[in-house]
Design a protein around this ligand. Sequence first.
Ligand code: HEC
Length: 152
Amino acid sequence: MPSTTRGGETKARARRLALLFGGALLAASLASSLIARAQEPDEEDENNRAALVAHGRDVFHHICAQCHSDKKGVNLVGPSLYGVVGRKAGTEPGYAYSDAMRNFGKVWTPEELTHYLWDPQAWIPGVKMHFAGLKRKYNRHAVIAYLETLHD
Ligand code: HEC
């Protein structure tokens, strides 16, 4: 029956075209999302200081603020993080640190903080900060940039 065969061929061709068209759409949407990502100024651009600090403030308020205040002298579950950059670990007045933190003995530099915040328990075994860590480098750098703004 030639008409059925032709019909079948037409259907097969239509399916192939649909596949091609779908593939092209997928490629186009991937490309446009890549372009959008590259152009998003406050997503990964560490040179954009204002955007980095703003993102860091968000990270602080969403995650760290569960246990920490960014206000001077306000100790919650964790010590106040006001002025923490440049402060010796375990020395915020009025806060009862673990022995591990008190004995750590180092000053909180951005470098030290980035190691600590990646995995607090691994960097200083025995600390009582029960937090798994910020695994995304950009989030660590952003929150540290925000902490650096908290000083007199
Ligand atoms: C679940 C509660 C909790 C969360 C969430 C948390 N922390 Fe902590 N943090 C603590 C506690 C408790 C300590 C005190 C640790 C000790 O004495 O062993 C601490 C200590 C610290 C210290 C050392 C301060 C000092 O005075 O030496 C820094 C820095 C710190 N946290 C940063 C952060 C940042 C930044 C975040 C968010 C990314 C965060 N923490 C999230 C509970 C928390």
